[in-house]
Design a protein. Structure first.
Length: 315
């Protein structure tokens, strides 16, 4: 069976690192682009290049937006440490970004693989929103957009907003309103899908790649314990990738998703209309045509087992 063609737009980020290595192992990872988010564009780009170097992955990387398309520039989040990827000494990058902005790289890659490319957004949506504005034909060129972002319930960065959408809500709104088929893995499921202490120990005892990932996830789990009392290192981002490898590990509901832009307390919230309205009810009270497959449940233990096995397979 031919592997799904995918491009990952990311902000490494501990879970981004795992998502890149996982996708490279199981899918046709055509490229990586970076976006501000977990840390500065310079740091997330260096981090992504180090991950590609660690995995000995010959995959082009394009650097992208340093700030949101509309809102204020963010100060780096601290969940991922000062560098954005604290916890281990990754190899220095053995390559540089390509000489093309991420926005143009996304457009050119989609154009070269019309109808086939899945675009994964596992950081803020700034690059993808600008790409959709710059090249409206993207809406027909892209097979699907898979997003780690939003939530059907509680958030992480605020009570009701998840970080990736909150970091550039105007950009996320452009993506959800684009008409491209969307698959959304939100914080409601990803916060409960992570590696535990025993799995992290197994990774630490693995080969070079697995050991570095184990050290990263040991740090990330410690931070998650510190802030949220979680006892796992949530694998948020790989939840956006895994359905193209194993299509039975996440359950979805097709519904309308809107992004709140103005609420004083709710800016960056994804409003997922999960009501079971009748035809009449939808006509009278619906919030819009369903525009996304929204993750409702994961088979977390099986999903994480595949991820851990994949990291160990790098040696
Ligand atoms: O809210 C989780 C998301 O924020 C993940 O993509 C993580 O990498 C951070 O960017
Ligand atoms: Ca991320």
């Amino acid at each position: 069976m031919t592997k799904t063609k995918i491009l990952i737009d990311c902000d490494p980020g501990h879970d981004d690192a795992v998502a890149i290595l996982y996708a490279a192992r199981h899918l046709d990872l055509l490229g990586v682009s970076t976006c501000h988010g977990n840390n500065s564009i310079e740091n997330v780009t260096r981090n992504a290049l180090s991950v590609l170097t660690l995995g000995k992955l010959d995959i082009p990387l394009a650097q992208g937006c340093a700030e949101p398309i509309a809102g204020p520039r963010l100060k780096p989040a601290n969940a991922h440490g000062k560098s954005g990827l604290d916890g281990t000494d990754l190899p220095e990058p053995d390559r540089a970004p390509i000489d093309q902005h991420a926005v143009d790289f996304i457009i050119d890659t989609a154009s070269a693989h019309r109808g086939e490319l899945v675009l994964a957004i596992i950081g803020p949506s700034s690059n993808v929103a600008l790409a959709l504005k710059r090249e409206p034909r993207l809406t027909s060129w892209l097979r699907e957009i898979t997003i780690m972002g939003g939530s059907t319930g509680l958030g992480n960065i605020t009570p009701l907003a998840e970080f990736n959408v909150w970091a550039d809500p105007e950009a996320a709104a452009v993506v959800f309103d684009s008409g491209v088929p969307i698959r959304m893995a939100g914080y409601n499921v990803t916060s409960r899908t992570g590696t535990n202490a025993e799995e992290i120990e197994r990774l630490m005892a693995g080969g070079k790649v697995a050991h570095h990932i184990g050290e990263l996830l040991r740090f990330y789990r410690m931070r998650q314990q510190q802030f949220f009392g979680l006892d796992i290192a949530p694998m948020h981002d790989v939840c956006a990738i895994i359905p193209y490898v194993h299509d039975n590990l996440i359950d979805y509901r097709h519904c309308h998703v809107g992004v709140e832009l103005n609420g004083k307390l709710t800016r960056g919230m994804t409003v997922c209309d999960l009501r079971t309205l009748t035809e009449e009810g939808r006509a009278a009270r619906g919030s819009g045509e369903p525009n996304a497959l929204v993750a409702i449940e994961t088979k977390a233990r099986a999903l994480i087992g595949h991820v851990v096995d994949t990291m160990l397979s790098y040696g």
